[in-house]
Each structure stands twice: as C-alpha cells, then as structure tokens.
Design a protein around this ligand. Structure first.
Ligand SMILES: NC(=O)c1ccc[n+]([C@@H]2O[C@H](COP(=O)([O-])OP(=O)(O)OC[C@H]3O[C@@H](n4cnc5c(N)ncnc54)[C@H](OP(=O)(O)O)[C@@H]3O)[C@@H](O)[C@H]2O)c1
Ligand SMILES: *[C@@H]1O[C@H](CO)[C@@H](O)[C@H](O)[C@H]1NC(C)=O
Ligand SMILES: *[C@@H]1O[C@H](CO)[C@@H](O)[C@H](O)[C@H]1NC(C)=O
Ligand SMILES: *[C@@H]1O[C@H](CO)[C@@H](O)[C@H](O)[C@H]1NC(C)=O
Length: 334
C-alpha cells in the first residue's frame, strides 16, 4: 500500500501547478487553494529545560528575508513563536522591494491554546494579522487540540476543538484565512473533526521525520484529501538537538552518508527529499544562510526504492515534540 500511495502523491505533486519563481512544486488543497510543497520554519525551539528560547534579536526577520531570496515562498509562523512581527517585516520588505508579490507567498500562522473559545478565534487571528501587517493569511491552523486558560501550558479548560473549529470556519468565511487546518491532532481526533464538520480541514501539520514517519495519519490524510505538513523534519539528526534517549540516526551515520554521496547531496537534503517523496510538505527551520539555501535544493534528484526502504527502517514512533506538559488535558493527542 505504502509505495503505491507514495508514487501517486509524488506524481500529483510534480505535475501540479507551479507558483512563479518558486522552486518547490505546489499542491492543490481540498478547498481549491494551492500550497507550495516545501516551507520555511521560524520557531526558535525549546531549551534543555523545555522552555521556549526567547526571541531576543531580529534573527528571524533576517532568516525569512534570506529564505525568500533563496526561493522559499511558504513561511510557517505561529502566535506562540512570538515572531509574527519579524515575519511580517521580512515579508513586507520583500514585497516593497519588488522581489515577490503577496499572492506569490504562502503564509501560515496558528491559533494558540488560550484562544479556543469559538468567539476568541477571529479576534486572535486579527491580532496575528496586525503583527504580521497582512490583510489575510493563506493558512490558519489550530496549534494543538488542547485548550488552556492562559498563554502558559496550564491550567487546562474543557473547550472541545469542534467548537474551536466553528471559529476557524468563521475566519475562512471572512476571508482572513484562505484555508484552515489543524496541527497535532491524532487519528481519532482527525476522524471526529472530519465527520462532524461541513468545512473540512485542508491541512494537518504533524511532526514528521525519520524517527516518526506517520504512516497511519499519512494514509488517512491521503484517503481524505488532506495535505500533510511535516514539522521538525530533522528530528534528532543533529547531535546538538538530540536528547540522550533519541534513537539513531545522527547526521554522521555511515549509511546516510553513503546515500548522500551517491546523489552528490548532503544528509539533511536526503532526509528532506525522502519526506517530500512520502507526500509530506517539510518546513525546515534555519537561521544560517548556507543551510537555508541548501535545505531548499532538493528538487533535482530522486531517491531510488532501495534507499527509500533503508530510510523507512528508522521509523520508531519517537517524538521530539511530545508536549508531556499537556498530558493531563482531556484532549492530549499523544
Ligand atoms: N505545529 C507545531 O506544533 C510545530 C512544532 C514544532 C515545529 N513547528 C514548525 O516546524 C518548523 C521546523 O521544525 P523545528 O524548528 O522544530 O526543527 P527542524 O527544522 O527539524 O530543525 C531545526 C534545527 O536544525 C538546524 N539545521 C537546519 N538545517 C540544517 C542543516 N542543513 N545542517 C545542520 N543543521 C541544520 C537548525 O540550526 P540553525 O537554525 O542554527 O541553522 C535548527 O537548530 C519550526 O520552525 C516551526 O515553524 C511546528
Ligand atoms: C505594513 O506594510 C505596508 C505595506 O503593505 C508598509 O507600507 C507599512 O510600512 C508596514 N507597516 C509597518 C508598521 O511595518
Ligand atoms: C556536486 O554538488 C556540488 C554542490 O552542489 C557541485 O558544486 C558539484 O558540481 C557537484 N558534482 C557533480 C559531479 O555533480
Ligand atoms: C487521541 O487522543 C484522544 C484524547 O486524548 C484519545 O482519547 C485517543 O485514544 C487518541 N487516539 C489515538 C489514535 O491515539
């Protein structure tokens, strides 16, 4: 089943319509809009104590400008990343310079857990749009199925995500978000959302990397025409980000290096290409120019079946983003 699905998705993506000056092919979502099949992450991440790394300077703005110059057209941010203002400044500067038009860009932001009440959704999106200095986003996502009273990780409140979804639909009807979707929903939650709503989610954004390849959710989404966006695409590949309990591989793994050498590519490029060929839209983050450019350079080679099968063997369902601090919520997905 797997290889067949992969091949179908691969051809659908490659034959798909192309956004001008965008190196990534694009994908037609179930609501008729198009999404570039490769994006740019802007989250600075968590420190060793699982606390968000504070945004201290304008490194995100600079990274987004470099990304647009390199050919990225799809940018992923969130209200909780505290960098929508920087993404907005970068995007508006590139538009003002004439480097891109607004309609060539695909901007995603996300609803945080403390705005899950139906009537809180549209005001939360308006606040994000104000920070982004934009009149609409291309995609608005529910960040987690979990609802909290404040911005902090606790206390939890019992707001059903089906109620939150009504607010998301209102945002779409108002044209503030061209498409709507969710992140971090599990299979049960996706099925429940799908069967209970007339307006279907267009995108599911989930952690997808060598250690967690998401076969069940990818198959579900494929069967229901939902695009899968893969966050934390490198997983535990880099020793600096790997917890002590993280399974292999690391970037210096000899078998990965041999594959990379065979295609004259780097190991990170091979990993991103593998995810792309699985039908996933990877959204790697970097604030380093050479990596920003290198990560996008995956559209001129194709892995063979032998290498794909080897890469599949690293799947162990191990998560980097396990959000254990949400585990007491009724809606904890993992
Ligand atoms: N919806 C959600 O719940 C959720 C959760 C997590 C992430 N996300 C989104 O997904 C994006 C990507 O995930 P992520 O940021 O967690 O992880 P990631 O993109 O897998 O990894 C980012 C890390 O890898 C490094 N890196 C990037 N390219 C590299 C390369 N070619 N060689 C060596 N190191 C490289 C970066 O370093 P430098 O930056 O220092 O170059 C950074 O430390 C986020 O930024 C965010 O937009 C969403
Ligand atoms: C917002 O974007 C517009 C261009 O669309 C620009 O003229 C204006 O200066 C920006 N405002 C801020 C506060 O950055
Ligand atoms: C290998 O890749 C590098 C970097 O992209 C490039 O400069 C070089 O020409 C490539 N070599 C071959 C043999 O294609
Ligand atoms: C999804 O999360 C819900 C809420 O915690 C849980 O009841 C359900 O069993 C989970 N389903 C899967 C497939 O993990």
């Amino acid at each position: 089943m797997w290889p067949f699905i992969n091949i179908v998705i691969f051809f659908a993506a490659v034959v798909g319509h192309n956004i001008p000056a965008c190196k990534a092919p694009s994908y037609r979502l179930n609501d008729g809009n198009h999404m570039p099949r490769f994006g740019f992450g802007t989250w600075l991440g968590l420190d060793k104590d699982e606390l968000p790394i504070p945004v201290m300077d304008d490194s995100v703005q600079k990274a987004v400008e470099l990304a647009i110059d390199a050919g990225y057209r799809h940018i992923d941010t969130a209200s909780s990343y505290d960098d929508e203002d920087q993404v907005g400044r970068a995007v508006n500067r590139k538009i003002a310079e004439g480097a891109v038009k607004r309609e060539d860009l695909y901007i995603t932001t996300k609803l945080w857990n403390d705005k899950h009440a139906r009537e809180a959704v549209v005001p939360a999106l308006r606040e994000s749009l104000h920070k982004l200095n934009l009149t609409y986003v291309d995609l608005y996502l529910i960040h987690f199925p979990v609802a909290t009273k404040t911005k902090a990780y606790k206390p939890f409140v019992k707001i059903d995500y089906l109620e939150t979804w009504q607010g998301m639909v209102e945002a779409k009807v108002l044209g503030l978000a061209k498409s709507i979707g969710v992140c971090n929903f599990n299979l049960t939650q996706m099925e429940r959302l799908w069967t209970s709503s007339d307006v279907k989610p267009a995108v599911l954004q989930i952690e997808t990397n060598l250690n967690i390849q998401q076969p069940e959710l990818r198959e579900y989404c494929h069967n229901n025409d939902i695009a899968v966006m893969g966050y934390t695409p490198f997983g535990s590949l880099f020793p600096s980000r790997a917890r002590p309990d993280a399974p292999p591989p690391r970037v210096d793994d000899p078998s990965l290096q041999a594959i990379a050498q065979k295609y004259n590519k780097t190991v990170p490029q091979v990993v991103l290409r593998y995810l792309f060929e699985l039908g996933v839209t990877p959204i790697p983050k970097s604030v380093t120019k050479s990596r920003i450019e290198g990560n996008l350079d995956i559209f001129n080679f194709q892995l063979d079946e032998f290498d794909r099968q080897h890469l599949q063997t690293y799947h162990s369902n191990y998560r980097v983003v396990d959000v254990k601090f949400f585990s007491e919520s009724t809606y904890y997905p993992f």
